[in-house]
Design a protein. Structure first.
Length: 174
């Protein structure tokens, strides 16, 4: 449970870090294109994960999935440490003491426009996270309706298959 909590914190940090990396490393005119590619990956991952996970689970067992995810995490961490430039320049005018931080927070909360931006961002991200969280289960439930389990879903070949449209992706069913 403790390790799962670390994983959850890490995935939350990944969202913030990816936005910061794009903002820091790309020119303003390229940011929309980079964000669209980033959202494409986020949108496709819940569609591909059950299929890839089914292959891995069927051939090597479910424990290997966690080992592969750990190796990918270490690889990404090393790549970030080695290849990602440090673009942060500390601002000496910003105090990290508790009182100024709380005072700034209170002044932001008193601003009515803050609620518009906060609500809009919350709705957008809740939709994204709902899609990412629910997509694998919907795909798996769709496939099991046609007589598959998650292992068979990953092992499905092209013989006697039909394509069932699901959102923006395709689930292969037998």
């Amino acid at each position: 449970m403790v390790c799962d909590s670390f994983r959850r914190f890490g995935s939350c940090a990944a969202t913030v870090a990816s936005v910061s990396i794009v903002r820091d490393l790309f020119p303003v005119k390229d940011i929309p294109n980079v964000f669209s590619l980033l959202m494409l990956v986020v949108g496709l991952s819940p569609m591909l994960a059950p299929k890839i996970g089914g292959y891995i689970t069927a051939d090597y067992g479910w424990h290997i999935v966690f080992f592969i995810l750990m190796c990918l995490g270490i690889l990404i961490l090393l790549a970030a440490q080695i290849r990602l430039p440090n673009t942060f320049k500390p601002d000496a005018s910003i105090s990290l003491k508790q009182k100024p931080i709380i005072a700034n927070f209170i002044s932001i909360v008193k601003e009515p426009q803050f609620y518009t931006y906060a609500f809009t961002g919350a709705v957008a991200f809740s939709g994204l996270f709902t899609y990412v969280a629910a997509s694998p289960m919907v795909v798996i439930m769709t496939v099991t309706t046609f007589g598959f389990n998650y292992i068979n879903f990953g092992k499905t070949k092209n013989k006697k298959t039909i394509a069932t449209s699901y959102d923006q992706g395709v689930a292969i069913v037998h």
